[in-house]
Design a protein around this ligand. Structure first.
Ligand SMILES: Cc1cc2nc3c(=O)[nH]c(=O)nc-3n(C[C@H](O)[C@H](O)[C@H](O)COP(=O)(O)O)c2cc1C
Length: 386
């Protein structure tokens, strides 16, 4: 139910049985701060709870690996064994306690796995990583035996057994995330990881039922949706993150994304989370300039042509821009990534920017009370000076 006189970005929305207090989402962002057995740490609590405290409608926990080989690095967290459920539940509970919906993302890193943490180089692990940190590389798997970047290890092409096992892993991870109390699940089908590698003709040269035609390349992504939905309750929304274009010649296109989104609509996916790129390192031939909101047209097109709700993401920083995206019907949710790292109070500040000082009433009282008074004092001083 729309709230009168409330900016579009701040309007509540319900998807299936879950109500969101507004359209602001904290995009999943890996922290590379987990324990070696893939459990979240105090850092994850510090990192995520502040966004819930700051009023985001939905806070999505970073990519959770569905098996150890699905990690990017040794410090990724995951949902591959039952012992990980309780620490994830504490995270979900903390986010929920501050009024945000707690979301989790599931991923298999595929051929982009077995790398160093970004600040150690983000390159495939090698002898130095073993020597300096005791971190051993592992064999990666992808749609086809094509490395992610020149000079990177060649992944194993997934066999039919590998595919079947990975679907079981996605389903089991969805069960754990459900048991942990998350109310949104986001499948990571973007950024060059396993699902994306099946979708893109640049990474998938298979000649079986999972390669070749668009329908075949979409098969794995849809099977993952089915596997996850089999464990994900009917009253909880399912989001699916896609790289809507490969941003490379001959790659996955926006028309392909629309076709996949139409198929999603029949598979219980509720929201397409519209990202792009990441299949391989960006080259000078990349075509989409990185300007504010550069991925919003993808969310708009999917929403219009596939009839599914969408989430826009990517260099959305200004509250008025974010509000316009929702007001103009280009997306239903707006995800904030790096801007929220820079300014963790972004959601509350966006509310003040859009509604004025009365938005302080929705801040935690210990902050809002003082800040509302401060804004009155500043307004009085400004008026006196004029
Ligand atoms: C530190 C960091 C970690 C990220 N980790 C993930 C992740 O776990 N899953 C994912 O889908 N995207 C991940 N991303 C991408 C963001 O979710 C987001 O899509 C991207 O940063 C663009 O949005 P922005 O311009 O608002 O940052 C990450 C981005 C950053 C900066």
């Amino acid at each position: 139910m729309a709230v009168p006189d409330m900016p579009a970005l701040l309007q509540p929305i319900a998807v299936r049985g879950v109500g969101f207090r507004n359209r602001i989402v904290i995009s999943p962002m890996q922290q590379y701060a987990g324990t070696p057995d893939g459990r979240p740490t105090e850092w994850h609590h510090q990192h995520l709870e502040r966004y819930a405290l700051a009023g985001a409608g939905l806070v999505i926990v970073e990519a959770l690996a569905v098996c150890p080989a699905a990690r990017l690095t040794w410090s990724d967290i995951g949902a591959w064994e039952d012992g990980q459920t309780a620490p994830l539940a504490r995270l979900a509970e903390a986010i929920t306690a501050h009024g945000s919906v707690a979301g989790a993302q599931l991923n298999h890193a595929g051929r982009k796995g077995s790398v160093q943490r970004p600040w150690h180089g983000f390159e495939p692990m090698g002898a130095d990583d073993v020597r300096l940190r005791g971190e051993h590389p592992w064999e990666t798997m992808s749609a086809s035996a094509i490395p992610a970047n020149p000079g990177w290890p060649t992944p194993r092409a997934a066999t039919r057994d590998d595919i079947a096992r990975s679907l079981e892993q996605f389903a089991a991870a969805a069960r754990r995330v459900r048991e942990a109390g998350f109310r949104v699940l986001n499948i990571h089908g973007a950024h060059g990881y396993l699902i994306h590698a099946f979708l893109s003709p640049l990474a998938n040269t298979r000649e079986d039922a999972y390669g070749g035609s668009l329908e075949n390349r979409m098969r794995y992504a849809l099977e993952v949706a089915d596997a996850v939905r089999s464990e994900w309750p009917g009253d909880r929304p399912l989001f699916y993150r896609l790289s809507c274009v490969d941003d490379a010649e001959g790659g996955w296109s926006l028309d392909d994304t629309v076709a996949l989104a139409r198929a999603f609509a029949r598979r219980g996916v509720d929201v397409v989370d519209c990202s792009s790129g990441g299949l391989q390192r960006r080259t000078t031939t990349a075509v989409v300039p990185r300007v504010d909101g550069y991925q919003v047209p993808y969310a708009e097109r999917v929403r219009r042509d596939a009839g599914l709700a969408t989430m826009a993401v990517g260099l959305i920083r200004d509250p008025r821009h974010a509000d316009a995206i929702v007001a103009e019907g280009r997306a239903d949710f707006v995800a904030i990534g790096r801007e929220a790292l820079f300014n963790p109070h972004w959601p509350m500040q966006a509310a003040v920017a859009l509604r004025g000082p009365e938005a302080f009433d929705a801040w935690p009282p210990a902050y809002g009370w003082w800040l509302k008074m401060r804004s009155r004092t500043l307004a009085v001083s400004k008026a006196a000076a004029e």
